[in-house]
Design a protein around this ligand. Structure first.
Ligand code: DON
Length: 309
């Protein structure tokens, strides 16, 4: 049996030495200040053992990784009727693309592209003021992570609100098709804030455990979603979690994963482990460059690819 902690350390050491780090996102000005030399990796194995390397205890902006949790919440609220508002197919386009939306009458391809996540946020908002909806999202993530110190970085939320013209365009466009039911400002405000949630790799890996273990947190025995729902969320992470880089991620890593422009990735090795990695430099699809390489190393050495060894 390979030694997980030793492998995590070796990967973290290798990543710290590399100088091909990708580029930190700058379109959200607050994210441009993040040090590209940071690297963190945390793995929680099935028995609850934690293996950590590098900056695994520094909070970073989870950005689009929050979409895994908002999707889980929205499915809990709306059940399968959610799929009338958003599709389940990979988009093959950039995360913030607007081109498909007009042809497909304002119905986004999947819940992980920005347009799809805005539709999901609209479902969570329904009937609640933004502050309450946001509170529900934060409480859910804290519960999943079993950690009440998870917080929203207000400076990141403000920074995105000031510059989020593309998301405003997407939301207005969907509103014009009747796909959003709440005021556009409510949807955008709630979305920017859930993207601005900050977590450490350790917290994120813990929060993802229910996806690795048939919907249950194996430590508490607490069931968060049914096994069927966990399996389906994993399927969406595999096919859509890295936008137009999803095929490459599946090919190289072979695990369901969800990236964020803060440089984080949450990956799931079903039955084996929940994994969080953070390296702020991104590739051309907006996914963490070294994060993906680190996961490729880990999945290969642990023989965790869902496609075989
Ligand atoms: O809406 C945005 O552009 C950001 N708040 C989130 C985008 C993101 O994380 C894409 N991921 N790689």
């Amino acid at each position: 049996m390979p030694d997980l902690q030793e492998i995590v350390h070796e990967i973290a050491d290798e990543m710290a030495r590399r100088d091909d780090r990708g580029d930190v996102a700058t379109y959200i000005p607050e994210l441009a200040h993040v040090d590209p030399a940071r690297f963190g990796l945390a793995v929680v194995a099935a028995d609850g053992t934690l293996a950590c390397g590098g900056d695994c205890d520094l909070p970073f902006s989870i950005q689009s990784i929050s979409k895994v949790f908002t999707l889980t919440l929205a499915l809990g609220l709306a059940g399968d009727s959610l799929w009338r508002r958003v599709g389940r197919e990979p988009s093959g386009n950039a995360f913030n693309s607007i081109v498909q939306l007009e042809l497909e009458k304002g119905v986004p391809r999947n819940p992980f592209i920005n347009a799809g996540a805005l539709a999901v946020t609209d479902v969570i908002l329904s009937g609640h003021p933004p502050r309450e909806a946001l509170g529900e999202i934060l409480r859910f993530i804290r519960f999943a992570a079993q950690d009440d110190s998870v917080f929203i970085d207000e400076s990141v939320a403000r920074s995105e609100k000031a510059t989020g013209f593309r998301n405003a365009a997407l939301a207005n466009f969907m509103k014009s098709f009747g796909v959003l039911r709440n005021p556009v400002d409510f949807v955008l405000g709630t979305y920017f804030h859930h993207c601005a949630i900050a977590m450490t790799c350790e917290q994120l890996a813990r929060a993802g455990r229910f996806l690795a273990h048939s919907g249950r947190n194996p430590d508490t025995g607490c069931s968060i979603v049914s096994a069927e729902r966990a399996r389906r969320i994993n399927a969406l992470m595999l096919t859509c979690g890295h936008y137009d880089g999803s095929g490459e991620f599946a090919y190289r890593v072979g695990l369901p994963g969800k990236s964020g422009v803060g440089g984080g990735i949450l990956a799931v090795a079903p039955g084996q482990a929940s994994i969080a990695v953070w390296s702020p430099g991104l590739d051309e699809s907006g996914n963490s460059h070294l994060g993906r390489i680190a996961l490729e190393r880990l999945a290969r050495r642990m023989k965790w690819s869902i496609f075989g060894q």
